[in-house]
Design a protein around this ligand. Structure first.
Ligand SMILES: Nc1ncnc2c1ncn2[C@@H]1O[C@H](COP(=O)(O)OP(=O)(O)OP(=O)(O)O)[C@@H](O)[C@H]1O
Ligand SMILES: [Mg+2]
Length: 146
């Protein structure tokens, strides 16, 4: 079974609100791949996911710039990866990341997931963001399973 949905967002707050609704429905063990160019709204959507998962201080949510992973405590732990800086991902890095992704108790979200094709193809949910205007974004979600 798979679901495909598409939404338009006209402001950062609408993207956060969409993320929040998605976050409220997530089950532990879910891996979400985020795809979309610079400034397309990936981190903004993650703020919403964190809110939907009950992370107390969603201001904590920012792109992990110097580290690859942030972890927030919510209803389930949320692992937030950003692969932008990984231009040559070693097998060791990839295996380390995959170990976090296979944690059945956590939810993981990966910005620039397309930098590691195996992660993109194994994700339960794939969300693509694209810029359609200054403050307009198209959000397309493909989910497999429930
Ligand atoms: N509808 C919208 N949804 C999300 N962000 C928007 C929207 N309109 C404008 N923006 C702006 O676009 C930028 C999105 O930044 P954000 O960090 O979320 O993108 P990103 O995809 O994570 O970028 P990066 O690839 O650099 O990590 C912010 O400055 C935000 O204010
Ligand atoms: Mg980002």
């Amino acid at each position: 079974m798979s679901t495909r949905k598409k939404w338009e967002s006209h402001s950062p707050n609408q993207t956060i609100a969409r993320g929040r609704l998605i976050g409220q429905t997530l089950h532990p063990g879910t891996v979400i791949a985020l795809v979309g160019g610079l400034g397309s709204g990936k981190t903004t959507l993650v703020k919403g996911l964190a809110l939907g998962l009950g992370v107390k201080d969603s201001r904590e949510v920012k792109s992990p710039t110097f580290v690859i992973l942030h972890r927030y405590e919510g209803r389930s732990p949320l692992n937030h990866f950003d692969l932008y800086r990984l231009d040559r991902t070693s097998d060791l890095d990839r295996m380390g990341i995959e170990e976090f992704l296979s944690d059945p108790n956590a939810i993981s979200v990966v910005e620039w997931a397309d930098r590691i094709p195996s992660i993109l193809s194994e994700a339960d949910i794939r969300i693509e963001l694209s810029r359609s205007g200054d403050t307009d974004r198209l959000i397309q979600m493909d989910a497999r399973g429930r």
